[in-house]
Design a protein around this ligand. Structure first.
Ligand SMILES: [Zn+2]
Length: 126
């Protein structure tokens, strides 16, 4: 299910607590709700605002969609790490790709990958 378009500041509740979430106008690729459009400074200068007819954003629907997206991303991350291990990449290389240490990568993902070894898949998927 595809999420409804959001105001460009919807993911910044700390700086834009009054954001209405539902975009009503676009400046180029940036969509803004009425509140954020009223507060804009230089954004869109020289660009004509384009009115939008976006469906209203329900925050609880957005919340559920964010949770689904998070689970899918977590699943993809674990699968990618497992595949990298099956192809013989070291924890150091995996950690480097994730911006964490070798030890942190192994602690975070090692238990799942070690299960592959116990299941007889071997580190190279054979
Ligand atoms: Zn907004």
């Amino acid at each position: 299910m595809r999420s409804a378009p959001l105001c460009g500041y919807a993911t910044e509740p700390h700086t834009r607590p009054d954001c209405g979430l539902t975009p009503v106008v676009a400046f180029g690729a940036t969509r803004l709700c009425a509140s954020c459009a009223a507060r804009r400074s230089t954004l869109g200068k020289g660009q004509r605002p384009r009115p939008l007819q976006a469906p209203a954003v329900d925050v609880l629907t957005w919340l559920a969609a964010a949770e689904r997206d998070l689970r899918a991303a977590r699943h993809a991350l674990h699968a990618a790490v497992r595949r990298a291990r099956q192809r013989g990449h070291s924890w150091q290389v995996i950690g480097d790709q994730l911006g964490i240490s070798r030890q942190a990568a192994q602690q975070r993902f090692g238990q799942h990958c070690n299960q592959d070894l116990l299941d007889g898949l071997g580190p190279w998927g054979v």
